[in-house]
Design a binder for this molecule. Structure first.
Ligand code: GLN
Length: 187
């Protein structure tokens, strides 16, 4: 059984936990350094990246998570979690700065702060529902990064070795395929 951590400082934590349990994982809520022991993978959920960064600093989790990322621990960042992983952010200082992508925050304008689309993702499957909430997008990727999905001409899902990042919230639907791809193919 895989032992998966979910960063549990803020955001869509419970939904990831439920989906990981459906996928038969043991789940650890990561709130302090000791919770990072012996994980097979870590999920950085969506929420609000500025708030998460403040909490990561307060609980002294930023450096330990960055070290694990550099040592090869598989990590999946969804929405704000993708913002945390990105090496570069448009107009902001990066946070963990480990995944070789540049990310712009709040890419979809005020009128459409939230919407759902169906994505065809060749390596994962067809018609996968994706919920975008004040979503970021990937503006450019490094040479070793695979672009897995685009929506409206914008990159919304990419993989850089053991890092997976998406603009949207796969955990807010009933479709487990993207999380399953992470757990079975990357972790
Ligand atoms: N707009 C948020 C941010 O910048 C991310 C939104 C989300 O995670 N749903 O952190």
């Amino acid at each position: 059984m895989k032992r998966m951590g979910v960063l549990a400082l803020q955001g869509a934590v419970r939904e990831h936990v439920q989906m990981l349990e459906q996928l038969d994982c043991e789940v650890v809520l990561v709130k302090q350094i000791a919770d990072l022991n012996q994980l097979d993978g870590l999920i950085l959920p969506g929420g609000e990246s500025t708030t998460m960064r403040k909490l990561l600093d307060r609980y002294q989790l930023l450096e330990p998570i960055r070290t694990l990322a550099q040592q090869g621990l598989p990590m999946f960042g969804t929405c704000a979690g993708l913002i945390l992983l990105a090496k570069e952010l448009v107009d902001y200082e990066p946070h963990l700065a480990v995944m070789d992508v540049t990310v712009a925050r709040n890419s979809y304008g005020r009128q459409v702060d939230s919407f759902e689309v169906q994505l065809d993702i060749p390596v994962i499957g067809q018609s996968i529902p994706a919920v975008f909430i004040r979503a970021p997008h990937i503006t450019s990727v490094g040479e070793n990064v695979n672009i897995l999905a685009e929506h409206d001409g914008k990159i919304v899902l990419a993989q850089d070795g053991h890092f997976l990042g998406c603009s949207f919230h796969p955990e807010l639907t009933a479709d487990t395929r993207i999380l399953e791809y992470f757990v079975t193919s990357i972790v």
